[in-house]
Each structure stands twice: as C-alpha cells, then as structure tokens.
Design a protein around this ligand. Structure first.
Ligand code: G6P
Length: 471
C-alpha cells in the first residue's frame, strides 16, 4: 500500500457495529471530520489511519465507502494510559482551562509516547515518496516529529481541534518541551483561533528558544514551521437540506407534540463532558422556573447528553451530578406530564439531530471552554427560516464568528438567566435579524472551505520536500 495522502487521527471515521447476521462490521460515524476530509481523501485516493475503539487485535486494512482505512489496535494498557490517561486525563483538562484538574503520571506519558510512535511508524510505512500526511488532534501531538525522523521527504500538516492554552497553563506540563518539539515536526500547525496559534509561537520562542517572526518559526536546521488559525466548520448546505426534508419536518412536529406543544423549547446537545457547562445551564433554567419568570406549561428544556469517555472518573462523577440535578429539578418544579427537563443520555443519528434543531426555539450552548463547538453551527445551519435563538458561551471558538448570538459568560449564572430570558422573549424581527447574519457567516465558511484552506496552505509551505496534493 502506498498513498499520496495519509490522514492520521486517533479515531477512524467508522464505528464497530454488529451486523444483522451477528458478525462484526463497520458503520460510518456521523462526525464532522469525515465530511470535511472525505472530498480531499477521494481526490487524492487517500488513506486514513485510526483506532476503531476497543481492544480487538486482528484488524486488517479495509475499504469503506471508497475510502482506504487502516485500523490501529490498542491494548488494554494503552487504552488506560494513552487514551483515558494522558489524552483525556492530562491534556484534555489542561488545554480546556483546567475546568477539571489534570493529572500528571509518568506511566501515562510513557503510554502516550508509545502509541504516538506506533501511529508514526504506520504512517511512515504507508505514505508514498513525497506524500502529504495530515495529523489530527491532541491525542497525536508527537506524531509530526516522530514521522519526520522516519520520513524526511514528507509534507506534514497538523491540526489541533481543541484550544491551545496560554503559556501560564501549558507550562505546568512536565513534558512541555517534548510536546512543542513534537508539533514542530510539522510544516504547518493549524489551530481553531489566532489566539491558539499565538500561544504556540510564544511558547516555542520562550521554551524551546527558536527564532520566530509573526506566524513563522525558524528551526536551526533551516526548516520553517508556520502556525495559523483555520476555524473548523460544518457541512452547512447538507444540514440545511436535511432540515428542509419532509421527514425531518414531520419528526420535528412530532417532537413538539410529544413535549405537549409548549410555547418555547430550549435545547442543549453535548457530549457528556465537564467542559460543556451542562450543570450550570440547567441550574439557570431551573431558577428561571423557580423565580416565576418561566412556567413549565410554556417552556421545557430538552437536554441530550451523548455518552462519552465513560471509563474516565471525572466523566462518571459528572454523569452522577447531572442525573441528580435533573431528578431534583423535575421533582421540585415539574407537574404531571410536564417535566421541566427532558433528559436523554444517548446519541442520535444526524436526522434526529436536525429534527431537534428544527423543533427547538432556543439553543443553549454554554461551554466553559471549547475549541469551536459545531453544535452551535449546526443549529444555525438548520434554521432556514431565519428564526430561533442561539445562546452561546463567549468561551466557545464559535463565538468569534457567531457575534449575533446572545453571548454569555457560563460562569455567571445570573447573566445566563437574563440572556436565556431575553432570547425567550425576543420578537420575530430581532430573531430574524440575528439568525440571518449568522446563517450567512456559516454558509460562507463551511467545512469544505476549511479543509481547502488548510490543504492549500500546506501545499504552499516553503519546503524542500513533499509533492503537492489536490486540495
Ligand atoms: C473531541 C475531540 C476529538 C474526539 C471527540 C470525541 O471533539 O477533539 O478528537 O474524537 O471529542 O471524543 P472521543 O474520546 O470519543 O474520541
């Protein structure tokens, strides 16, 4: 196998499922990254390397929907030290503003190094001479350098989907220098926001001592590395089309009916993650009911919490806290047939999400810190009638583009309450004005434009190695 384009991500774009005959098979996962990268993959006959989840050992490369997929195995020890440990117990909370306390364990770091090395070796064995390799996200920050050592001929891009923290936080990492050097193996390092790119360049100057100028890093061996922002997006046209379909319209109507046709539906959809601010948002809503600003006959909050990283302790604690809070709120404030919060701990296909977006009057997205937050963008894309309100945290990357949302500080419960109430009471003209502007932004900056601009930049990076790929 020899590929001109290799995508390296912790996850494969497919999930392991049981087929109807009981044998194991694959199903495409609805994630945004697949939609984003699929066209580039197809244009270049690319190969995707990633972990399918679990600890199966005898996995062979296979074709799925015209894509070449190479599954990486993971031992139970690697799942615990690399995935649950260093990736999600150290880096994830540290890069998200210490919303939870990161733990620093040397065995976790060793697991992280080992798995990154295996991914790098796999990519090195697959990439053709001068190929382009695009490495994704915080689980694989050492891969660029490891890969460059194995294959100096490659053109290497790295994209971080989560925030890159300020120096004051990053500095806590006992392995800070190794991580920076790992990323510097790439020709182009992409971030969600200009602030993340600036944090990175500053750290490289201070901690590694390389010369930098604006978004460029000059390495002693003569190579330059560029660090820049590429805010990720969604398949806006695809979501709009789905939302406009008859099936989704009917389903949205059925959802409203099942909820008792309240005047207004509030909606939250998140992975069940402590960065998302689910607890504070539900409290804010419950206080609006308790204070008498809202009534359960008129308003309901639908909260979808998608199960995530369930073996990690912080996630278990969060789940229990949310379970308790929802129970208490419904017990205190609900009436027969009228729970205050309709809580669903489950994941849903794209169609059902689109129906929820269509059914909801007020979308509430209140992370304490979020790289981008695609749910906010999906909601906007689905509001093709230019109605509906978005309440959005200032600390989500999406807030830099969606300026017409009701922007809130998720740490300020009173502030959230008043914005949620403003959005609830907003008149049609106000809603239309805001939503129209946001829809324009999303349709102009969709995920195809994102992938295109990253690939174009990567092919322009001044490098002695690497042949160009088609963006
Ligand atoms: C975030 C990360 C992704 C990750 C996803 C789901 O969006 O940026 O890299 O794949 O969460 O988390 P999981 O741990 O299930 O892969």
């Amino acid at each position: 196998m020899s590929a001109d384009l290799v995508i390296v991500a912790n996850r494969l774009p497919v999930d392991r499922v049981e087929l109807s005959d009981g044998t194991p098979g694959w199903r495409g996962s609805p994630g945004g990254l697949v939609t984003a990268i699929e066209p580039v993959m197809r244009a270049n006959d690319g190969t995707w390397i990633g972990w399918p989840g679990g600890t199966e050992t005898d996995l062979e490369p296979f074709e799925f929907d015209g894509m070449h997929l190479v599954p990486m195995t993971m031992s139970q020890d690697e799942v615990e030290t690399f995935y649950e440990g260093f990736a999600n117990g150290t880096i994830w909370p540290l890069y998200h503003d210490l919303v939870a306390k990161p733990e620093f364990h040397r065995e976790w770091w060793d697991g992280y190094v080992g798995v990154n090395q295996r991914f790098a070796e796999k990519a090195a064995s697959i990439a053709s001479e001068g190929a382009t390799v695009w490495v994704h996200d915080y689980q694989l920050q050492l891969v660029p350098q490891m890969l460059r050592e194995l294959r100096p001929d490659l053109r290497i891009g790295f994209y971080l989907h989560i925030p890159f923290p300020p120096a004051e936080l990053f500095q806590q990492l006992p392995w800070r220098r190794q991580l920076l050097e790992g990323l510097l193996g790439a020709d182009l390092v992409g971030f969600q926001l200009p602030g993340g790119a600036a944090n990175f360049v500053r750290l490289v100057r201070q901690r590694v001592g390389h010369k930098t100028h604006r978004d460029l890093v000059y390495l002693p061996d003569g190579r330059t590395v560029r660090a820049a922002a590429f805010p990720i997006s969604i398949d806006a046209a695809g979501f709009q089309e789905l939302a406009q379909s008859d099936a989704v319209a009917e389903r949205a109507k059925a959802i409203r009916e099942a909820l008792g046709n309240p005047r207004r539906i509030f909606l939250g959809i998140d992975r069940l993650d402590y960065t998302k601010g689910i607890y504070a948002r539900l409290r804010a809503f419950s206080e609006l009911l308790a204070d008498g600003h809202l009534d359960v006959e008129d308003a309901v909050f639908v909260q979808v919490a998608v199960p995530s990283r369930e073996q990690v302790e912080q996630y278990r604690i969060l789940r229990d806290e949310i379970d308790r809070l929802v129970g208490r709120i419904n017990g205190d404030l609900g009436r027969i047939g009228r729970p205050a919060i309709s809580y669903l701990h489950s994941s849903y296909p794209r169609e059902e999400m689109a129906a929820l977006y269509r059914a909801a009057d007020i979308m509430v997205v209140t992370p304490y810190r979020d790289g981008m937050n695609l749910v906010a963008k999906e909601y906007v894309a689905c509001r093709f009638e230019d109605d509906g309100a978005l309440v959005l945290s200032e600390f989500a990357g999406a807030a830099e583009e969606l300026r017409q949302a009701w922007l809130v500080n998720p740490y300020d419960i009173n502030g959230m309450k008043s914005s949620m109430l403003d959005a609830y009471n907003a008149d049609e003209r106000e809603l239309t004005k805001r939503m129209r502007a946001m829809r324009k932004t999303i349709s102009q900056h969709d995920v195809a434009a994102w992938a295109d601009s990253f690939m174009t930049e990567l092919s322009h990076v001044d490098t002695a190695h690497g042949k160009p790929v088609r963006p």
